[in-house]
Design a protein around this ligand. Structure first.
Ligand code: EPU
Length: 419
């Protein structure tokens, strides 16, 4: 197991190139199961989660070719297995994304039921309810979801809660279903729109993505796609907060500023200066960080995936701020680690009251989930008094490509060591 060592106190300066979005790459890879032939996906990030879905798809019989480190060719002409086993699903819940496409193309799938995870219970009931409405026969057995269907049929689906992977799963299931599927109260995250674009390039008929009502007109045949994954807005946001917390100046390159509006607004209120361009933006950190309240919301609201990182910023702001987490019930696990670095944070239900301190102190801390780990790295960049050690960084490797190299490129003193 690796750990990160950080010596804080250096303002981040320079440019950083953003990788492809993990949460767009995973569904696009799953979507390639929908039809044979060679699909080509560009801007695939090099991440542990991408390796996990590759391992599961390889077990199914999918073949991969790597054109270069970020271009992946995928072929599922000869699938021999339709099962995503517990050993792999337990390490990545997004494996549930294989359910929709497998069922649509092969009429069968057996996927280990993802359990809860560090940030919440995270059920998949809405995925399953929608597939049943489309004619699937689903039963749970020994911890597995067993699904069967002849050709799925279009249906009107109402999601009780807008669910990102739920919307993606049902969109994939619907593209070859008989007739029209209407997804109401669907998620409108940029990653959902990116998947819709990939599916359209395969010949799917989809409208309304990016809104809360998506209409899919089923087609009989699809063709392989050529698709470039969108840049990762959460990675971009993490570097933006990095610029703010260290009082530095960072050019975040190869991002989509329009995907980051809610964060930009909050960072401006915290005192940062933001200069957006077409495919990049520059964040200049303030001399004094101001406190800002926020509440996580579905897109275009403030993303839950940046809540922990923003809390690290508020831990060194002037005054007190309130952060309310509305998406996941247990997404404050970073708090106890930030406290070990001197942060003053009280939790009451889904609200955290952060009383900003003048400084944080280095300490050994434990990464507990992907975004919580990123907040500890950000805190480490400003911690005083020596080395911050972030243990269990395999969580970070799930979703941040070469994170220490990118921070080092911005002047941070950060490196990886074996435990
Ligand atoms: N929910 C249900 N039933 C369902 C599905 C969801 O009750 O069947 C609830 C969840 O428990 C949660 C809410 O609905 O309270 C929203 O969850 P959602 O389904 O949107 O989350 P997800 O699709 O499992 C994706 C991202 C997460 C990100 C969330 C929210 C991927 C692979 N994962 O998860 O990313 O936090 O949307 O934006 O796209 C991460 O990258 O670190 C990460 C956790």
């Amino acid at each position: 197991m690796d750990r990160l060592i950080i010596e804080g106190g250096r303002p981040l300066k320079g440019g950083v190139e953003i990788s492809g979005a993990k949460n767009a790459a995973l569904p696009a890879m799953a979507a390639s199961l929908l039809t044979g032939g060679w699909h080509c996906l560009e801007r695939i990030p090099r991440l542990r989660d991408i390796n996990t879905i590759k391992r599961i798809m390889s077990k199914l019989g999918t073949v991969f070719r790597e054109e270069n480190s970020h271009v992946l060719e995928i072929n599922s002409d000869n699938l021999t297995c339709f099962e995503a086993p517990y050993e792999l699903v337990k390490t990545m819940r997004a494996s549930i994304l294989l359910l929709g496409p497998l069922l649509a193309r092969y009429g069968r799938a057996k996927i280990s039921l993802p359990g809860g995870c560090a940030i919440g219970a995270r059920p998949v009931n809405l995925h399953l309810k929608a597939l049943v409405a489309m004619g699937a026969d689903i039963y749970l057995d020994h911890g597995y979801i067993n699904a069967r269907a002849d050709r799925l049929k279009g249906a009107e689906i109402f999601f009780d809660i807008p669910t990102v992977t739920g919307t993606e799963n049902i969109m994939m299931a619907a593209v070859t279903a008989r007739g029209r599927t209407i997804l109401k109260n669907s998620a409108n995250e940029p990653e959902v729109v990116d998947l819709a674009n990939a599916l359209r390039s395969m010949g799917a008929h989809i409208e309304g993505d990016g809104t809360d009502t998506i209409v899919v007109e089923g087609v009989r045949d699809l063709k392989p796609c050529n698709h470039r994954i969108i840049p990762d807005r959460i990675e971009a946001g993490t570097f933006m907060i990095g610029a703010a917390i260290t009082g530095g100046e960072v050019r975040v390159e190869g991002c989509v500023p329009g995907h980051l509006t809610s964060l930009m607004e909050k960072l401006k209120l915290a005192g940062a200066r933001i200069d957006p361009a077409e495919k990049s933006l520059t964040v200049t950190g303030p001399g004094q960080i101001e406190s800002v309240d926020l509440m996580t919301m579905p897109y275009p609201g403030f993303p839950t995936d940046l809540q922990a990182q923003f809390m690290a910023l508020m831990a060194v702001a002037r005054g007190s701020s309130m952060i309310r987490e509305t998406i996941f019930e247990n997404r404050f696990i970073h708090v106890s680690e930030l406290r070990r670095m001197g942060a003053d944070i009280e939790i009451n239900g889904n609200q955290a009251l952060i009383k900003g301190k003048k400084r944080l102190f280095s300490a050994p801390v434990m990464a507990t989930d992907l975004r919580a780990s990123a907040s500890l790295v950000l805190a480490g960049l400003v911690a005083e008094g020596g080395r911050t050690e972030v243990h269990r960084i395999y969580h970070l490797d799930r979703g941040y490509e070469a994170i220490e190299k990118k921070f080092r490129g911005l002047g941070a003193s950060i490196w990886r060591e074996k435990e």
